[in-house]
Design a protein around this ligand. Structure first.
Ligand code: HEM
Ligand SMILES: [Cu+2]
Length: 535
């Protein structure tokens, strides 16, 4: 009997230690963060759609509001949606199923992690009620974060809670993969998604403590009289930026890797192909990324003072990242090659992701080249670059994943028509929003400014970007509506609607009950999660 026919009991969800329910809780929390952060994005685009204050009476109010929206938008999207959506939701629900485990290694710690995550989201949301909401972007740079009347402490506490939750998750999942794989399952038989989360968790474990230290020093500087970042008292303001990016560049891989992991699963299933160059993708691509990830943070600081040898060295290492990233791209595209491809909604999102990945990755290259970045830094070109890769590529991969695994999680199919309309609104909308930002960025539009009095010629492009944002808003709302509607009364799905060869589909019912598998899983040496008849 499936878990689905049981009656809904709230307490069973609150006290659950089942990784699948915890995964669903992460999904709900992260989609809620996404929704609120999305509304902020819409407000930002509307504010900039015309010169001067658009949504406020005075320039002062417009600027203040804008800073708060921008803070919440960035912090909630990265810390509240992307990282928990990919490593919280997707890893929680599917990693144990893919390795044939009945649960994670420490189910109670897992439950603790998800509630820490919710506490972090609630603390972040409280910033709208307390006087003086934080207005310090997601980066929290001093000196502004130290002198603003905005409530920097809320930012610090949010980072602490989400960071702690994430570290506990990382330990839990690494132990799970090391010790709880089904008998017979060797390292080279793991799903690409499993490898992608393993590598992301390794990064998270190594680098989150650095971010936690940086924001704690910020807290001490602002409220307890220390001067780590105060040059007038012997501190160093750039120290914060270095510590921040020492974590936050690797953090982009905590997002990129699992996003690619989801795409690998979808691309293989819908092409009915084995992964092309599995080992190059895993060891060269994913582990190569981990290896270099800690040596590139300076590309966020090229325009600040530092010796040239550091700048040049980190330019080289940043460009070197193209090798592992390229290896993953080759193995993904190669998996499509001569596949028997079908285009259901998950595959539509996956193919769109491949395009967005190329745009985001290729526009990173001029930014990595110091001489070019001195011109492009702090312009909306950077804004468009990382939105292509994080804002859209990674978001689309979460959407692709939800659509792909929806029948597994609910036993129901989503509405194909609604899903397709939502997809096209989203895909066209994101390009209408962000292509203009590349164009005006090259021409010098500064990012993070609420207005652009000195560049009136950019008004039209800002207006176009707002139209794109409205389109995305409509597409996203339709998408989320589709999930809710289909979860309640969607058509029943067959056991393995995409005919995947991976364990989460072949060895469990939809949705899997407690303990996951009807009988213990054991795999042979020849088994692979991508065993399709046509190769
Ligand atoms: C693969 C090749 C990539 C290269 C060479 C690259 C390069 C760069 C460079 C040099 C910057 C700094 C530009 C500046 O501030 O002037 C930058 C900004 C950024 N990139 Fe990338 N990037 C790449 C991929 C990615 C990926 C995969 C992600 C996320 C998943 C990402 C997210 C970001 C973010 C968030 C920022 C700016 C953040 C901020 O200042 O607030 N990038 N990128
Ligand atoms: Cu970076």
């Amino acid at each position: 009997m499936s878990a689905q026919s049981e009656k809904f009991k709230l307490s069973e969800w609150i006290f659950t230690t089942d990784h699948k329910r915890i995964g669903v809780l992460y999904l709900i929390g992260s989609i809620a963060a996404f929704g609120i952060a999305g509304i902020m994005a819409l407000l930002i685009r509307i504010e900039q759609s015309s010169l001067g204050p658009t949504l406020a009476d005075s320039a002062m109010d417009a600027g203040n509001q804008y800073n708060v929206w921008l803070y919440f938008h960035g912090a909630a999207m990265i810390l509240g949606f992307l990282i928990p959506g990919l490593t919280g939701f997707a890893a929680n629900y599917f990693l144990p199923l893919m390795i044939g485990a009945k649960d994670v290694a420490f189910p109670r710690i897992n439950a603790f992690s998800v509630w820490l995550f919710y506490t972090g989201i609630i603390v972040a949301l409280l910033t709208f009620i307390v006087p003086d909401a934080p207005d310090i972007m997601w980066t929290g740079y001093p000196p502004y974060s130290l002198v603003t009347s905005g409530n920097t402490a809320f930012y610090v506490f949010t980072v602490h809670l989400l960071g702690f939750s994430s570290i506990l998750g990382a330990v839990n999942f690494l132990v799970t993969v090391i010790y709880m794989r089904a008998p017979g399952m060797g390292w080279n038989q793991l799903n690409m998604f499993v490898w992608s989360t393993v590598t992301a968790f390794v990064i998270q474990l190594v680098f989150v403590p650095v971010l936690a230290a940086a924001v704690t020093m910020l807290l001490f500087d602002k409220y307890m009289g220390t001067h780590f970042f105060d040059p007038s008292a012997g501190g160093d303001v750039l120290l914060y930026q270095n510590l921040f990016w020492f974590y936050s560049h690797p953090a982009v891989y905590v997002i990129l890797l699992p996003a690619l992991g989801i795409l690998y699963e979808i691309v293989a299933t819908f092409s009915k192909n084995r992964i092309f160059n599995y080992k190059a993708g895993v060891y060269g691509g994913m582990w190569g990324t981990v290896l270099i990830s800690g040596e590139v943070w300076v590309h966020h600081l090229y325009v600040s003072g530092m010796p040239n040898w550091i700048r040049i060295g980190q330019m080289v290492s940043t460009l070197l990242i193209s090798i592992p990233v390229g290896l993953m791209a080759i193995s993904l595209f190669g998996t499509l090659y001569r596949g028997s491809i079908t285009f259901s909604i998950p595959m539509k999102y996956a193919v769109a992701c491949l395009f967005l990945f190329l745009v985001g990755g290729l526009t990173g290259i001029p930014l990595a080249i110091t001489a070019l970045d001195l011109h492009l830094s702090e312009t909306s070109f950077v804004h468009a670059h990382f939105h292509y890769i994080m804002g859209i590529f990674a978001t689309f991969s979460v959407f692709a994943g939800v659509y792909y695994w929806f029948p597994k999680m609910t036993g129901k199919m989503t509405d194909e028509k609604l899903g397709t309309i939502g997809f096209w609104l989203n895909f066209v909308g994101v390009n209408i929003t962000f292509i203009p930002l590349f164009i005006i960025g090259i021409d010098g539009m500064p990012r993070r400014y609420w207005d652009y009095e000195m560049y009136p010629q950019f008004e039209n492009w800002h207006f176009v970007a707002m139209l794109g944002a409205i389109m995305i808003g409509t597409g996203m709302a339709l998408t989320i509506f589709n999930w809710i509607k289909s979860a309640i009364n969607g058509e029943a799905s067959s056991a393995n609607p995409w005919r995947s060869a991976s364990l989460e589909w072949t060895h469990t019912v939809n949705p899997p009950g407690p303990g996951n598998f009807l009988e213990d899983v054991k795999v042979s040496e020849e088994w692979t999660p991508y065993d399709y008849a046509k190769r």
